[in-house]
Design a protein around this ligand. Structure first.
Ligand code: 0X9
Ligand code: ZN
Length: 317
C-alpha cells in the first residue's frame, strides 16, 4: 500500500514509497531508474512509463518531465505525481503511453524539499554545505549561505546574467557548471537519452506562465515560432479546463533574464527542440504557499496542457 493523497503535500519518503508502489503494482508499465543521489544521500529516481507495445523498427519519442528543482515550490512535485498517476492508473491514457515513453523525475532537490518541511518553509536552494578556507562552513558565518540554486547550475551560459557567484545569494550558481550531484545526474541521463527525448518540461511555481527559451538573452531562438505554436495550443487547452490563463512567452519578456537554467540547457546543449519551463499557480495571492486543495485542479489543467504537447509531437513524427 501507500499513503499518497492529493489533499496534502507529502514528505520525500512517502513520495518514494508511492513510486515503489506504482512499480510493484504496474510492473509492465512502470520502471524506476536510479540516476544518482543528492548531496545528503537521498536517492534520485526517474520513473519510466512505457507500455512497450511498439511497432517494429519504430523508435518511440519520449517526453521528459522534472519537478522540485526549487525546494519551496511544493505544488511542482505534487503535480508531477498527479500526472504520473494519471498516466499509469487511468486506462484512458493507454495509447498515450504506448506511443510515447515518459520519463518523470518528481523531485530533483529532495534535500531542499525536506529542509523546507522541517526548518524553513521558504528555502529555495539545495543543501550543499559550502566549506570556507578556515574549515568552518559558511553556515556558521551566516544563515542562508548553504545550498546552490539548482536552476542556475546548468552548463549553459553558466554564472551569466541573473545568477550569483555569492554562496549566500538565493541564486548562487555553484562553484562551476554541474558542480552539484543533482544537476549532474539529471543532465547525464538526458544526454544518454537525447536521441529520443523530444520534449523537456520542468515544473516550477509561481506566476502561471508557460516559458519558452531563451532566457539568457532577449534574442529569439531561430525556431521560436515552432515552440510558441505548440505552447499556444497547450495554454489554450489549459484555459478550457477551469478558465486558468497562463501567460506565454520568453523569460526575459515576462520576468527577467537568467543564465544556467535547465530549459535553456536542454535546448541549447542537449538539442531538445521543445523545451519549456512551466510556472504553476497561483499569481501571487498564496505564492509559494499554495494550499494543497489546489493540487487536483492544477494537476488536471497541466495534464491537459501536456497531453496537447504529446499529441502535437505524435503529429510531427
Ligand atoms: O528564477 C527561476 O529559476 C524561475 N522562477 S522561480 O520563481 N520558479 O524560481 C524562472 C526561471 C526562468 N528561466 C528560465 N525559464 N530559463
Ligand atoms: Zn522555481
Amino acid at each position: 500500500g501507500h499513503v499518497m493523497t492529493w489533499t496534502r503535500y507529502h514528505r520525500y519518503q512517502d513520495i518514494l514509497d508511492y513510486l515503489m508502489y506504482l512499480s510493484e503494482n504496474y510492473p509492465h508499465l512502470v520502471e524506476l531508474l536510479p540516476i544518482g543521489k543528492t548531496v545528503e544521500g537521498r536517492p534520485l529516481k526517474v520513473v519510466k512509463i512505457s507500455s512497450g507495445q511498439t511497432r517494429e523498427n519504430v523508435v518511440k519519442p519520449a517526453i521528459w518531465i522534472d519537478a522540485g528543482i526549487h525546494a519551496r515550490e511544493w505544488i511542482s512535485p505534487a503535480v508531477a505525481l498527479f500526472i504520473l498517476r494519471q498516466l499509469v492508473e487511468n486506462k484512458s491514457y493507454r495509447t498515450l503511453i504506448s506511443e510515447i515513453d515518459w520519463y518523470i523525475l518528481p523531485m530533483i532537490n529532495a534535500d531542499g524539499y525536506e529542509y523546507s518541511h522541517t526548518v524553513d518553509r521558504l528555502w529555495r536552494k539545495s543543501r550543499r554545505t559550502a566549506a570556507t578556507k578556515s574549515g568552518r562552513t559558511l553556515w556558521d558565518v551566516s544563515y542562508g549561505c548553504e545550498g546552490v540554486d539548482l536552476n542556475r547550475n546548468w552548463d549553459w551560459h553558466w554564472a551569466g546574467v541573473g545568477a550569483s557567484q555569492d554562496p549566500c545569494s538565493d541564486t548562487f550558481a555553484g562553484s562551476h557548471a554541474f558542480s552539484e550531484p543533482e544537476t549532474r545526474a539529471v543532465s547525464d541521463f538526458i544526454l544518454d537519452h537525447r536521441d529520443r527525448i523530444q520534449v523537456y518540461l520542468t515544473l516550477h511555481s509561481y506566476s502561471q506562465m508557460w516559458l519558452v527559451p531563451w532566457s539568457h538573452t532577449k534574442k529569439l531562438a531561430d525556431d521560436y515560432d515552432d515552440m510558441m505554436y505548440l505552447a499556444r495550443q497547450a495554454t489554450e487547452a489549459i484555459q478550457k479546463v477551469h478558465g486558468s490563463h497562463y501567460q506565454l512567452g520568453t523569460t526575459p519578456s515576462l520576468l527577467y533574464t537568467t543564465s544556467g537554467c535547465s530549459d535553456d540547457w536542454a535546448k541549447g546543449k542537449a538539442g531538445i527542440k521543445y523545451s519549456y519551463t512551466i510556472e504553476l499557480p497561483d499569481k501571487g495571492m498564496y505564492g509559494f504557499l499554495l494550499p494543497a486543495e489546489k493540487i487536483v485542479t492544477t494537476g488536471k489543467e497541466i495534464f491537459t496542457g501536456i497531453k496537447s504537447i504529446a499529441k502535437s509531437i505524435l503529429k510531427i513524427n
